[in-house]
Design a protein around this ligand. Structure first.
Ligand code: 2GW
Ligand code: MN
Length: 298
């Protein structure tokens, strides 16, 4: 859904972390949602304003990532090393790595006021459950030390790496990521769960965008609500013998339909190089690793 921001909601496109946004700087893409949330594209925000505002608030930003089974050796080191180069540089950052093998977590040299905590989790036998169990584990972590020490948290997949600055311009109470493969499709075509028996179901008249579960974030309180909703919905589906089409991502999309994100990140913030060149993708910040399902899925 491309188009220029309706002028009636332009005055709302301002937040602490971005100052006054410049949605007109990118007339070829949609820079705000129908409910007035900014969609952050390269050129529409001032990273220095965001940086100063985050410093002024003396924020601690959490970044959670799961590395279970072969994903640990395959992806974790590059994810963390690239985050050191590009994720919230200049802010206080705490990484939370969830794994069943804490001793195998690679040593990564951290910058000043950047911390890494390793949390032990048990491994789910089915791969679908490895992904879905994250919601419950995150909910518990947000209710514990992570929730006490961070103001804002991003939750990410590990099979990707940062390629350029991912800074405090991305912060808001509830943040959703446009899915690189689906941002330009009409909504009836989006891969939402359509089985009306599922808690994740969306009808053809529902859904704003298709969001990617590889990146979501927000305040601790908002993420407590998000993770509780998704974990509960997954359990209810399971009790009825159902599993949503894209697992936790389907439930996340239902949550964001019911609770609109305060900020939306353009696909530049989580880009899939396999898509190839697109004129509107000026400045990718996080890149998917190539999919090697046969190697890692069992
Ligand atoms: C998951 C699926 C198949 C085989 C292995 C795994 C797996 C995932 C694993 O063995 N170990 C592991 O740590 N994970 C974690 O779950 C890891 O953090 C990974 O990035 C995340 C999601 O799995 P992933 O990246 O293989 O799934 P994608 O890239 O196809 O992701 C989308 O769809 C998923 C649901 O099917 C999730 O919603 C994910 O957030 C989406 O990006
Ligand atoms: Mn992934």
């Amino acid at each position: 859904p491309m188009g220029v921001c309706p002028s009636a909601i332009m005055p709302l496109l301002k937040d602490n972390f971005t100052g006054v946004l410049r949605p007109w700087a990118r007339p070829e893409v949609l820079t705000c949602t129908s409910w007035g949330a900014p969609i952050i594209w390269d050129g529409t925000f001032d990273p220095d304003v965001a940086q100063q505002e985050a410093r002024r608030q003396n924020l601690t930003i959490g970044l959670t990532v799961f590395a279970i089974g072969r994903y640990l050796e395959k992806y974790l080191a590059r994810f963390l090393e690239s985050a050191e180069q590009h994720f919230m540089v200049g802010q206080r950052v705490v990484y939370y790595v969830f794994t069943e093998r804490p001793e195998a977590v690679p040593h990564v040299t951290l910058g000043t006021d950047r911390w890494l905590r390793v949390e032990h989790v048990t491994r789910e036998p089915r791969w679908q459950d490895v992904s879905m169990a994250r919601m419950r584990t995150l909910h518990e972590a947000l209710g514990g030390r992570l929730g006490r020490e961070a103001h804002f948290v991003f939750c990410m997949d590990v099979d990707q790496h940062f390629s350029s600055a991912f800074g405090p311009e991305t912060l808001a109470d509830l943040v959703a990521q446009l899915h690189a493969w689906h941002y330009h499709w009409p909504r009836w075509f989006l891969p939402y769960e359509r089985d009306t028996r599922s808690e994740a179901a969306l009808s053809s008249e529902q859904g704003d965008f298709y969001y990617h579960a590889a990146v979501f974030g927000g305040s601790v309180a908002a993420l407590r609500g998000l993770t509780a909703h998704c974990a509960r919905s997954q359990l209810r589906d399971r009790a009825r013998g159902l599993e949503a089409r894209w697992h936790d991502e389907s439930h996340l999309n239902k949550f964001f339909w019911l609770h609109k994100p305060a900020k939306v990140l353009s696909p530049e913030f989580c880009w899939a190089p396999a898509i190839g060149w697109r004129s509107e993708i000026r400045h990718p910040r996080l890149l998917w690793a190539p999919k090697e399902y046969k190697v890692v899925r069992n």
